[in-house]
Write a protein that binds this ligand. Sequence first.
Ligand code: SAM
Length: 647
Amino acid sequence: MDKLKMHSPNLAEGNIDKLAALFPNCITEARDAAGELKKAIDFDLLRQELSASVVEGPQERYQLNWPGKREALLAANAPIAKTLRPCREESVDFDTTQNLFIEGDNLEALKLLQETYLNKVKMIYIDPPYNTGSDFIYEDDFAESLEMYFEHSNQRNEFGDRLVANTESNGRFHSDWLSMMCSRLRLARNLMRDDGVIFISIDDNESHNLKKICDEIFGEKNFIAQLAVQLNPRGRHLDRFIAKTHESILIFGKNCENVNTVFGVEKEGRMVDDYNREDQNGKYRLLGLRNRNQAFNPDTRPNLYYPLYVSHKSGKISVRREDDYLDEVWPDTPDGVKTCWTWGRDKVTKEGHLLCGEKTGGEWRIYRKDYLVSEDGTVAKTLIKSLWTDKEISNDYGRKSVKDLLGAAVMDFPKSPELLKKLIRAGTSIDDIVLDFFSGSATTAQAVIDLNAENGSRLKFIMVQLPEQCDEKSEAFKYGYKTISEISKERIRRAGQKIKKENSSKTDVEKLDLGFRVLKIDTSNMKEVYYTPDTVSQDLLSDQVDNIREDRTAEDLLFQVLLDWGVDLALPISQQVIAGKTVFFVDGNALVACFDTGIDEDFVKQLAGHKPLRVVFRDAGFANDSVKINVEQVFKLLSPATEIKTL
Ligand SMILES: C[S@@+](CC[C@H](N)C(=O)[O-])C[C@H]1O[C@@H](n2cnc3c(N)ncnc32)[C@H](O)[C@@H]1O
């Protein structure tokens, strides 16, 4: 029996728990005055979380440390002056699709998505470089002041010089990889919903280190499992001593107390054979109503120890002795040990039609009918297992899938779409968002649209992929692909066309979202002066009437506004010409934007007539100062709920 606490709550512990929810990586173990290990705050790390420069603080503590860890923290927290530029030509169904393909470095992409997708993503899958000694990893910028970072990030947008080979001879071989992963995982966690889950493919090279940093970032208690997935059944014969046939998939939840973090999988194969009875409601199996665990008995659960009455004629059950319900049955073992039922009296009264009695050896046993398909059409589920050996999840199937779609094996070691489908089924339900920020050939995107076509779900994807150059000697280059992101985009296009072709006779194929919006990470749309006005002389400043770069389109500006305002980047967009000016309507009137010049009061009144929730103009777009001053008044009068901003 639980004992009374007999003391007031420990507020310091409560505070530690609150901080742990916000900054799980700042929780460590330290000895108290009595020498006992206790949960404690790592104040140096907490200071680092709240600081824009590297905080020093060497101390002995239980944790995984490496040179560069603090810089990685800084890298994750530092802001960037970048934007996402839409690319219609490379997109499919740009205006209506809810899927996103982001081209660029994933650290930057994750930063740009922080506001818009905070707590929105149900499932993340990543397949990062495993740090095998021959991988390239992206060199992050972090040892800079904020101002320098802005300037710097506005000047460099080429990728070639930032991808560096991480060979074992590099003195920071593990450290560089850990820093790269750590900053990205921290940002990724922010995007996860409370019931969110992350699946990370990894092999023996770094799985131990990855588990440790995930323990820090997600909290040890949110570790779910490390799956063993057999991707190469023949084994790698170049290995020493043991031919490896499997890799791992590390699974962490955002908050494992949430029961929807991972779903069971539908029963199939031999498990379905157990459902060997059938009535008008379908196939079912019988499960004993008596709780076989003797820890549950009349002493511990008195309300679950009571008699049930069976009808001798029909085998039906009642909680009362009445009519022909005359045979009394208690939840006792055949040798007389008292246990209890798994259902209380109320549940039996309400759902007694699911119960039945059967006589074995002259004694009644009470069972409940467990249907394979429940009334709402859901198929019985079972927990996913930690060892996966299905042949369809192997790398051979991954390679074949790319070859079938793109005509050649243009990607090294792509995962099998079947592996991804199995993970997505476990990690999502009907219309969730799936994010993969090491997307490679976009196997995850293909798995999402395949699943939607198969089972009518409306899952959405966000892929992030660096335009990493394909080696000139590679198969990909031979087939005309200059970068990996070109491979990814073409794969999604073709996977969509294949689904359309294969389902052409189905009426609702048109409803499937087989498109994607391509957004490319680029320097901000704003000129340098916008971020560093102090460095520009007053004369120059007065010249800069417009603070927007000349090469940017109205649609570029629209996406920066969406990012800034935290508006979903996948909302439908339409354009209208009103009084000769181009106006964007995002999700109807959720956001209305006009970046044209010469905006006058009449036009402002027309826009206000649409009663937008938010409206945005270009700062230098007003015909004169008096229009600019009057905009707020016009909206106050005609559409007082509208939020107004200028760019
Ligand atoms: C192992 S592959 C993923 C393969 C993928 N699962 C598939 O089935 O095709 C890892 C990918 O991450 C990409 N990548 C590496 N560093 C990146 C970064 N900083 N930002 C975005 N993508 C990156 C690489 O270009 C590579 O294509």
